[in-house]
Every structure is written in structure tokens, then in C-alpha cells.
Design a protein around this ligand. Structure first.
Ligand code: PNS
Length: 163
């Protein structure tokens, strides 16, 4: 039986840390669905349509990667997709507590679904979408930390340092 994994998140925006985890997941599983949460934040920088478009473009050359959106409970979505695994990235010990809570809650809600944690390459362990937005908006360089398309879209948004 083919193993389908779901990699859920806000992806506002997609970072090279996410891309690294997705690429690792694509080696382990037959297919991996990048599932973007609808309404994760009240005021996301990138609209849902933009986030979907960016992820589809970045993963165009990867037939094993699908990009989709979801709302409601993650485990319900995973079941609807007939997937068996939730993939989450673990960067540092600080991620652990929240991830542990989510994994155990999801396990309680749907015991047949397993959460698999994957570590990104070392150079991505300090990257987060929140930091990317903050650094870029204050005029810092994010080159190499996000896909080039994300960098381009950040520039197009004209995010500038506030006085
Ligand atoms: O990118 P993020 O913000 O770390 O992703 C968090 C996400 C989307 C995985 C989490 O908020 C989630 O699964 N939300 C869906 C609602 C849900 O199922 N909540 C219970 C999780 S235990």
C-alpha cells in the first residue's frame, strides 16, 4: 500500500527549512501533501492563494509533492485524504513541547495516524516564517533562507522598515 504523508502548516511564507523537510519526506513516503491551514492567522502576510501558488511553483518539478489547503481538525483532513502519516519538522528543543502536545492530542483524536518528526539540515534550524518576515521588513537579507520566488514576492509586497 502506498504511504501518503501530510505536512501541515501555515507557510506564511514557505522557507527553505520547510522545503528541506518536504524534500526529506518525499524520499521516505510515496506522496507528501503540503497542507496549508486556512485562517491560521488573522492577518497573514501572504494570502491563501499566494501561499498555494508559491508552494505549487516551488514543487512543480517534484511529482510526489501535492499542495492543498485545509481547515478544521488536522486529523479529519488526514483521514479524508486517506493519508497515514503527519510529518512535522523539529528544529530545536524549544519546538519539542508544542509538537509533543500536538502529536499526542492528534494520537488521541485519531490513533491510526502516526506523527513522524524530521530534522532539517543544520543550516535551517534557526529559520522560521516569523523571523523571515521580521528580518525582511527591517531591511535584513533573507537570501538563501527562503526560495527565490518567496524573496521576489516579499520584494513585490514592498515590505519596508517602519520609521
Ligand atoms: O505552521 P504551524 O503554525 O506550526 O502549523 C500548525 C498546525 C497547522 C499544524 C496546527 O495549528 C494544526 O494542526 N491546526 C489545525 C487544527 C487542529 O487540528 N488543531 C489541533 C491540533 S492538536
Amino acid at each position: 500500500m502506498a504511504t501518503l504523508a501530510v505536512y501541515p502548516g501555515s507557510f506564511d511564507p514557505l522557507t527553505n527549512g520547510h522545503v528541506d523537510i518536504i524534500s526529506r519526506g518525499a524520499k521516505l513516503f510515496d506522496r507528501i501533501v503540503v497542507a496549508i491551514l486556512v485562517n491560521a492567522e488573522k492577518a497573514p502576510l501572504f494570502s491563501m492563494a499566494e501561499r498555494v501558488e508559491i508552494a505549487r511553483e516551488v514543487f512543480k518539478p517534484h511529482p510526489k509533492v501535492e499542495v492543498d489547503t485545509f481547515d478544521g481538525l488536522l486529523v479529519d483532513y488526514v483521514q479524508r485524504k486517506r493519508a497515514q502519516v503527519i510529518v512535522r519538522g523539529l528544529r530545536a528543543v524549544s519546538d519539542f513541547e508544542f509538537e509533543f502536545q500536538m502529536a499526542l492530542m492528534n494520537q488521541r483524536l485519531q490513533p491510526s495516524i502516526e506523527t513522524v518528526f524530521m530534522m532539517p539540515a543544520e543550516q535551517y534550524t534557526y529559520i522560521s516564517s516569523r523571523l523571515i518576515k521580521e528580518v525582511f521588513s527591517l531591511g535584513g537579507r533573507v537570501h538563501g533562507l527562503v526560495p527565490e520566488l518567496v524573496e521576489q514576492r516579499l520584494r513585490e509586497k514592498g515590505l519596508v522598515k517602519k520609521a
